[in-house]
Design a protein around this ligand. Structure first.
Ligand code: NAP
Ligand code: GDD
Length: 385
């Protein structure tokens, strides 16, 4: 018999990659999805199985981390060997708009899982992974950040996750639960939510090159992040729960880059050189040069001439909109995952350029599809935050 896992947040970026990974390992995966007025299972539709099929390896339950009885009942029904608590209101800027909801889901939601496992008497059977975050370091006390760096949260999201971190440690110490925190630094992918900065950039890049959008409006271009690929990070989650003893681990690449450089590298991947000038709200990014051959290889021949005409008129493609600034910012994240390397044997496959290549390639395909739809006479829409 294979193991059984329960994933909260299975419809999210990490949940989808983790579900696929565990199913390949022979797990039966249960996932909690929220009821919504539109279908919200795009990221896991390729794993979906008709509920009438016997012995499915993916089972979805309606639920919500804010509903204690629902959480307890689902855990009781599927008696998982492993729980991956990935469900969260995960957008830092949005957490300033919905602080109470964020605390309830991201903070108390974690307590609901821990307490359910304790009350159901399955603590000896069930291991718990808590999705902790580098946002805990906030106004960083040291660079790079390790498992021993003090926390200093800077948003309602980070404050909620701080509670979740410590209640996980507390249940481990007080009741002997096999409960661990993965302190994951930013990780992205082609299925990253569209309003996180990496995906916002790669989607806008594709739209600008194909003539679907003029300008990319950004917030703080100077903040630095340690960006990895979600495919590598979900493997760390799995490894953390395979250890005999529960513990807390930093998962990061060890390379930090600012948002400006993420933009530069993304455009460089398709042969376009971007240069930035001006300061603060007046800063802009403009196309300086195009490597025709690289552009044709990555994007295709069709759009090169149109892009050249466009930049002769106006080369500015990045502007700053202070509306995207946060009331309190996290300026500099850089992780040291030596402990994970040593104890888990975790080493990422992707570097930053590998991540960017994966994301830009995927978004170019997506936007080409939008172009076909438009050429076919149908309307397409952009998403704005
Ligand atoms: P994501 O794409 O935003 O996915 C979040 C998931 O949580 C979605 O499935 C969402 O459902 C679900 N969810 C939201 N509110 C919920 C609620 N009240 N009850 C149940 N489920 C709820 O996030 P992600 O990037 O995959 O991140 C996974 C986890 O790791 C999150 O806890 C995040 O805070 C944490 N984390 C992420 C990173 C990162 O860089 N990605 C780094 C460190 C930690 P819907 O699909 O219905 O919205
Ligand atoms: N989203 C967004 N949109 N961020 C922008 C923009 C913009 O237009 N312009 C600049 N930024 C800056 C933000 O101010 C932030 O400093 C940085 O880009 C990264 O923003 P996000 O991609 O939204 O991610 P995050 O670092 O705030 O949070 C993500 O990583 C955390 C781990 O450190 C989320 O995935 C969290 O759930 C996760 O815990």
């Amino acid at each position: 018999m294979g193991k059984t896992a329960l994933i909260t947040g299975i419809t999210g970026q990490d949940g989808a990659y983790l579900a696929e990974f565990l199913i390949k390992k022979g797990y039966t995966v249960h996932g909690i999805k929220r009821r919504s007025s539109l279908l919200n299972t795009d990221r896991i539709d390729h794993l979906y199985q008709d509920p009438h099929v016997k012995e499915r390896n993916l089972v979805l339950h309606y639920g919500d981390l804010t509903d204690s009885m629902n959480v307890t009942r689902i855990i009781q029904e599927c008696r998982p060997d492993e729980i991956y608590n990935l469900g969260a209101m995960s957008h830092v800027k949005v957490s300033f708009d919905v602080p109470e909801y964020t605390a309830n889901t991201d903070g108390i939601g974690t307590l609901r899982i821990l307490e359910s496992v304790r009350l159901l008497g399955i603590a000896d059977h069930t291991r718990i992974y808590q999705a902790s975050t580098s946002e805990l370091y906030g106004l960083v006390r040291e660079i790079p950040q390790t498992e021993n760096t003090p926390f200093c949260p800077r948003s309602p999201y980070a404050c909620a996750k701080l509670y979740a971190y410590w209640i996980t440690v507390n249940y481990r110490e007080a009741y002997g639960l096999h409960a661990s925190n993965g302190i994951l630094f930013n990780h992205e992918s082609p299925v990253r939510g569209e309003t996180f900065v990496s995906r916002k950039i790669t989607r806008a890049l594709a739209r600008i090159l194909l003539g679907l959008q003029d300008v990319l409006f950004m917030g703080n271009l100077s903040s630095r992040r340690d960006w990895g690929h979600a495919k590598d990070y979900i493997k760390a989650m799995y490894l953390i729960l395979q250890q005999d003893k529960p513990d807390d681990y930093v998962i990061a690449t060890g390379v930090s880059t600012d948002v400006r450089d993420f933009i530069r590298r993304s455009f460089a991947f398709v042969g376009i050189e971007i240069s930035f000038s001006g300061e603060k709200e007046k800063e802009t990014g403009s196309i300086k040069a195009i490597n025709d051959q690289l552009f044709i290889d990555k994007v295709g021949n069709n759009h090169l001439e149109n892009l050249k005409i466009r930049i002769r008129n106006n080369p500015v493609i990045v502007k700053v909109d202070p509306g995207y600034y946060r009331p309190t910012e996290v300026d500099y994240l850089l992780g040291d995952s030596s402990k994970a390397k040593e104890k888990l044997g975790w080493i990422p496959d992707y570097d930053l350029d590998g991540l960017i290549s994966d994301m830009v390639t995927s978004d170019l395909l997506l936007m080409k599809r939008e172009n076909y739809i438009r050429d076919g006479g149908f309307s397409t829409f952009n998403y704005f935050e």
